[in-house]
Design a protein around this ligand. Structure first.
Ligand SMILES: Nc1ncnc2c1ncn2[C@@H]1O[C@H](COP(=O)(O)O)[C@@H](OP(=O)(O)O)[C@H]1O
Ligand SMILES: [Mg+2]
Length: 443
């Protein structure tokens, strides 16, 4: 092996030995042959998350199946018209009609569906079953309070049926049947507060519930924190086309949909169709010219300031400064729900993701933990300020002040203004644009 650089980086409990190979090798070769070994200082044992990774992929895939089960009538609908495979346009129409009775409103008036509860119960069940020897902690979005109220029995039964039907079709847990009480308990396993010590699963059972209800994008997002760092992430995106998406994807029919993205610390990011075909390694775009870039943002204007991202996209420095330093993005924004944005970015569909919530909104860790490791391929916060050394999917995820996201503070992320995602080449000019536009807005 032709090693030209050896770097040892220590974090609180881990030593990471990173070897970079000859710069003559291709980028792909470098990524596949880069070696990252995590060693526990206390035990000198090589860390591996293989069991957890397998359980997480299974849990997220089953949860995706549960969400899709709500769409089972679509098969009949599509077949009755002689169609084969999923047709996006048909899914959208039928899903809207089907979900009306399954959608409720939470105390903060955001929607929650039987599929959110079912997905959380199922993921908790699978992780607890498949990893019986590990301490069990999940920080998750939902709780069972509303399901325990008088009048919620029908909904709880519907959730329980969905979970049991999914387990029964999968078959890997024998003829197990969960009671409504088992389902409530499984949902409430998600009450952990997280924090800087030990291992915590982080789960958004349906990220982008509004998108799910609309028949658009949503994701099942599951990550594992170890000593406050994201060490693996899985994103199941049942409605995301397997082919690259562009600004007009919402209107394009006849597309195969359903993608599973997964990343383990030091091992890069992979994408696999949810139907189970082989995974492929993915990489963020290598675009260097912002004029060629397209950018993602939330579909919901209430979640991210579209006017601010639009001024950032058009950003141009004054004439006296170097002309190259302008964004001048020509493509219209691609507005989609959920962490499917991170998944799409990790395979190079777009170059930038801008998330700029309104003042006072506090981001939750389950909305970004899985997505951020999928885009970076590794949690690069321990490398800070050596961000350019990030070795895997190659993306950078930071707040508007340039700080890496810190998942060790409990349920919430402590951020300056918003979240910016891009590749390493575009990030400096993007940060400049964000800073200037924020200053202009404040003045
Ligand atoms: N006012 C707000 N500002 C920013 N994000 C918000 C918000 N209200 C809700 N969200 C979060 O935005 C998530 C959806 O992300 P996106 O905008 O990328 O589709 C929601 O996830 P859930 O659907 O799981 O509740 C929710 O956590
Ligand atoms: Mg969410």
């Amino acid at each position: 092996m032709n090693i030209n650089c050896l770097r040892i980086v220590s974090s609180q409990t881990q030593v990471k030995v990173v070897s970079l190979f000859s710069s003559r090798k291709s980028r792909a070769q470098k990524f596949s042959s880069s070696l990252v070994v995590s060693v526990k200082l206390s035990s000198s044992v090589v860390m591996s998350y293989d069991k957890e990774f397998a359980a997480a992929k299974k849990a997220a895939s089953l949860a995706a199946r549960l969400c899709q089960a709500l769409l089972s009538l679509i098969h009949i609908f599509a077949l009755s018209f002689g169609e084969f495979g999923y047709k996006l346009s048909a899914i959208i129409k039928v899903q809207n009609a089907l979900l009306q009775s399954d959608v409720q409103s939470k105390r903060d008036r955001s929607p929650v569906t039987v599929a959110d509860y079912g997905s959380q119960a199922l993921v908790s069940f699978v992780l607890e079953r498949d990893l019986p020897s590990e301490p069990f902690s999940i920080v998750a979005e939902e709780d069972s309070k509303d399901l325990r109220k008088d009048g919620a029995q029908d909904t709880l039964q519907r959730v329980t049926d969905l979970v049991n039907d999914t387990l029964s079709i999968d078959g890997s847990y024998g003829s197990i049947t969960l009671s409504t009480e088992d389902v409530l308990k499984a949902i409430d396993s998600g009450k952990s507060e997280g924090g800087p010590h030990g291992r915590h699963w982080v789960l958004d059972p349906i990220d982008g519930t509004k998108g799910f209800v609309r028949g658009d994008q949503y994701a099942i997002a599951l990550a594992l924190l170890d000593e406050g760092k994201v060490v693996l992430g899985v994103l199941a995106c049942p409605n995301l086309p397997s082919a690259s998406i562009s600004s007009d994807y919402q209107h394009s029919a006849n597309k195969e949909v359903g993608c599973l993205f997964f990343a383990e610390v030091g091992a890069g990011t992979y994408m696999q169709p949810l139907n189970g075909s082989s995974p492929v390694k993915v990489q963020v775009t290598a675009i260097e010219n912002p004029e060629e870039a397209s950018f993602f943002e939330s579909y919901e204007a209430a979640h991210s300031m579209h006017d601010l991202s639009s001024s950032i996209a058009k950003f141009s420095l004054s004439e006296t400064l170097i002309l190259k330093q302008k964004l001048g993005i020509k493509a219209p924004p691609v507005r989609i729900d959920s962490q499917a944005k991170y998944g799409a970015l990790s395979r190079g569909d777009g170059a930038i993701y801008l998330r700029l919530p309104r003042k006072g909104y506090r981001e939750k860790i389950w909305d970004h933990a899985a997505g951020s490791i999928v885009v970076t391929g590794t949690d690069c916060s321990f490398l800070h300020p050596f961000l350019p050394l990030n070795l895997e999917a190659g993306g950078v995820v930071i707040d508007a002040a340039g700080n890496p996201l810190d998942f060790s503070k409990g349920k919430y992320l402590d951020l300056y203004v918003g979240i910016i995602v891009s590749n390493q080449k575009l990030m400096p000019i993007l940060m400049k644009a964000v800073k200037e536009c924020l200053e202009e807005k404040a003045s």
